[in-house]
Design a protein around this ligand. Structure first.
Ligand SMILES: [Fe+2]
Length: 162
């Protein structure tokens, strides 16, 4: 892999790094500002999510360094390139969860771009790292989505059981 080839991967990794910083801070805000009957559950859930994001932020930055580039490090740069937008901190528990699910979709889209570039230059290490993130994020999106439903709602039936 040549440095110039890897640069296409690094560009997408830097955008993902920016996305994760915005996502992380929004989760901290949710952790602080959550109100209501779901306080105890969601206060803790948002902490779980931002703790996980904090680890991934470091891993993404260090992947960029492993590819011999410097990670983007300034918040002003993150705000310029992030696909995730800042949002008003005060909102209902449902809106917080819905927005987190939406941010997961944006992260997954950016992760797909990273994988696409990594595949085109044979960067197996990045494919492995980000592939695992996709699997984990899809799982936590399913859990958050389940939280937004009423217990009387059902999932799509299994075709074999219809
Ligand atoms: Fe706390």
């Amino acid at each position: 892999m040549k440095d110039e080839e890897l640069l296409t991967v690094v560009v997408e990794l830097n955008i993902l790094l920016a996305d994760y910083h915005l996502y992380y801070q929004k989760l901290r805000s949710n952790h602080w500002n959550i109100l209501g009957k779901n306080f105890f559950d969601l206060h803790e859930k948002f902490e779980d999510l931002y703790s996980d994001a904090r680890i991934k932020i470091d891993e993404i930055a260090e992947r960029i360094l492993t590819l011999r580039y410097h990670p983007m490090s300034k918040f002003s740069d993150y705000l310029k390139v992030s696909t995730i937008a800042e949002a008003a901190p005060l909102k209902t528990d449902m809106d917080m969860v819905q927005e987190t699910i939406n941010d997961h979709k944006l992260l997954l889209t950016q992760m797909s771009k990273v994988i696409e570039k990594a595949e085109s230059v044979g960067d197996e290490g990045t494919i492995d790292l980000i592939g695992a993130y996709i699997r984990e994020l899809e799982k936590s999106s399913w859990m958050l989505n389940a939280w937004t439903k009423k217990s009387s709602e059902s999932l799509k039936p299994n075709v074999l059981e219809v």
